[in-house]
Write a protein that binds this ligand. Structure first.
Ligand code: T3D
Length: 259
């Protein structure tokens, strides 16, 4: 892999978007590599948490616009989205392990929405988010029209998408777009601590929590209660549940194995 650096440490897979000279904007090879890396995180039992971040000053500036400049070579938008971008979004939501977006700099266009669809989004204080699509006459994609209104409400999502303004990380945190904004000096340490903590927690319970959260976007109350009952019945059969209750009774920290 050239465009993505994969590092696995302490049960965490760090996927670093690695085209810093173009603000980690995405070309076909990078999208394909990210899909392969996400598949590997799903199947590798040693991985219990995933972190997506960027190399250099940016998280990801979305589509590499140098690929779009030739009017004689029109982009097959539908194919590119269906075959290369959308699988990234669907795989992040389906991954049975927590996915953290560690937004280390500007996140624009598809880059912003790939971050926002992750389970936990943290950003360095100097980062920013831009729904850049309107600046070039495109429509927000990579689940932006799905996730952003759910995170910040319809009105704010519409304004951010129409105006394409840069939103600083602190404002993104204040409006509930991201979980946390972290001072630049402690960003790397806090991200590592967060990911390593997640990797020591009950992985199967997380997978079921994620399944229920995904379903909540579509279900009514009764159907969602049934999903919760189903997921709880599976979580209650895990070794981690037995260990969690035992550790509580014995007044000690649980040792979860993700089983
Ligand atoms: O297939 C399809 O096309 C459909 C899919 C679409 C999905 C999309 O993501 S569409 C949206 C595409 N992205 C954008 O429109 C964002 C374009 N970039 C910007 O608006 C700004 O660069 C940023 C807001 C991201 C950052 O601004 P700033 O002032 O901090 O940095 P800069 O100077 O503009 O950029 C720094 C370098 O990165 C610069 O290169 P240079 O001059 O130092 O050699 C710039 O050209 C390069 N860069 C930034 N974004 C892209 C890029 N190069 C290629 N593609 C980019 N998207």
């Amino acid at each position: 892999m050239d465009s993505i650096i994969v590092k696995k440490e302490k049960s965490v897979a760090y996927l670093t978007l690695n085209r810093p000279q173009v603000f980690n904007s995405m070309h076909t090879a990078m999208r394909k590599e990210l899909i392969l890396a996400l598949d590997d995180c799903q199947t590798d039992p040693s991985v219990r948490a995933v972190c997506i971040t960027g190399e250099g000053r940016a998280f990801c500036a979305g589509q590499d616009l140098t690929e779009a400049g030739d009017p004689d070579k029109p982009i097959p938008f539908k194919e590119v989205l269906n075959d290369e971008y959308n699988p990234i979004i669907l795989k992040i939501r389906a991954l049975e392990k927590p996915v953290v977006a560690a937004v280390n700099g500007v996140a624009a266009g598809a880059g912003a929405n790939i971050a926002l669809v992750c389970d936990i989004v943290v950003a360095i204080e100097s980062a920013s988010f831009v729904q850049a699509f309107s600046k070039i006459g495109l429509v927000p994609d990579c689940s932006g029209t799905w996730i952003l209104p759910r995170l910040v409400g319809f009105g704010r999502a519409s304004a951010l998408m129409f105006l394409g303004e840069k939103l600083i990380a602190k404002d993104a945190e204040a409006m509930g777009m991201i979980y946390k904004c972290i001072p630049d000096a402690s960003f790397k340490n806090e991200v590592t601590n967060l990911c390593e903590s997640l990797a020591q927690m009950p992985t199967k319970g997380f997978a079921l929590t994620k399944k229920a959260l995904n379903a909540s976007f579509f279900d009514g109350l009764a159907a969602q209660l049934a999903v919760e009952a189903e997921c709880q019945s599976l979580a209650g059969q895990t070794e981690d549940y037995t260990e969690g209750v035992k550790a509580f009774i014995e007044k000690r920290r649980p040792i979860f194995k993700g089983q």
